[in-house]
Design a protein around this ligand. Structure first.
Ligand code: 5RP
Length: 232
């Protein structure tokens, strides 16, 4: 999983993030994901707004992206005002050959899933390290605090190894932007992501899991600044 504390520039993430901003057209309503890769996209969209008079509105997926978008000068709206988006752009923790992805390293996957499902096209921006034949990183699962024990037990019954995500600069668990906990659950190699996704959705108290099945394209940035775009 991504080191959330990393502050150094990543040329791969930068290449992917900036390229993805070029996919946005005048008049688009854009879903703005969360994380260090899509932060490059949001900043580049801000540059295009200022320098190219690009006319767009964005819907953010976290307080973090809200702050970046405001700083960049990207006009924001809500799903209540703009229920259908042209495109959503976001990072991922891992994606496989069949365009399944795991997200939620930043604990924002519930809003990210709502926003990406509200878009006509969902594009992942990534560095090459997140590409994998099969999904295998721990699946982030946002959980109502009241349901923690039941969810932990249910995940173990599914063969998972659940760990309550601890906060970095606060005693106790991470609290999401929605006021919930996050459990990271390792399942080894996930051969059938859609089946696991269905099982996770059935557990009472699970708000949303981090398995995404709606990815349309992936932009992979390279260290030399080039990108590879893979379409589903
Ligand atoms: C946040 C996410 C992020 O998009 C994912 O963790 C990738 O982050 P980064 O671009 O910083 O590597 O899912 O919940």
């Amino acid at each position: 999983m991504t080191d959330r504390n990393q502050t150094k520039e990543s040329p791969e993430k930068k290449a992917a993030g900036i390229y993805a901003a070029s996919l946005v057209k005048d008049g688009d309503a854009v879903g703005l994901g969360t994380g260090s890769t899509v932060a490059y996209t949001i900043k580049e969209l801000g540059r295009r707004v200022r320098e190219e008079n690009l006319n767009i509105v964005g819907v953010v997926t976290s307080y973090q992206s809200e702050a970046i978008a405001i700083e960049a000068g990207v006009q924001l709206t809500t799903l209540a005002q703009t229920p259908r988006l042209t495109i959503a752009i976001d990072g991922a923790d891992q994606f496989d050959e069949k365009f399944f992805a795991i997200k939620g390293g930043g604990a924002a996957h519930t809003r990210e899933k709502i926003v990406s499902m509200s878009a006509d096209r969902f594009v992942i921006v990534s560095d090459p390290g997140k590409q994998s034949k099969t999904l295998s990183v721990a699946v982030p699962i946002e959980v109502m605090p009241f349901a923690k024990e039941l969810v932990m037990t249910s995940l173990k019954e599914l063969g998972g190894e659940p760990v309550l995500r601890a906060a970095a600069k606060k005693d106790g668990p991470v609290i999401t932007d929605n006021g919930n906990f996050v459990i990271d659950c390792a399942f080894g190699e996930i051969e059938y992501p859609a089946d696991l996704a269905a099982e996770l959705s059935q557990i009472p108290g699970v708000v949303e899991h981090g398995i995404f099945m709606n990815v349309d394209a992936v932009v992979i940035g390279k260290a030399d600044g080039s990108v590879e775009v893979i379409e589903k």
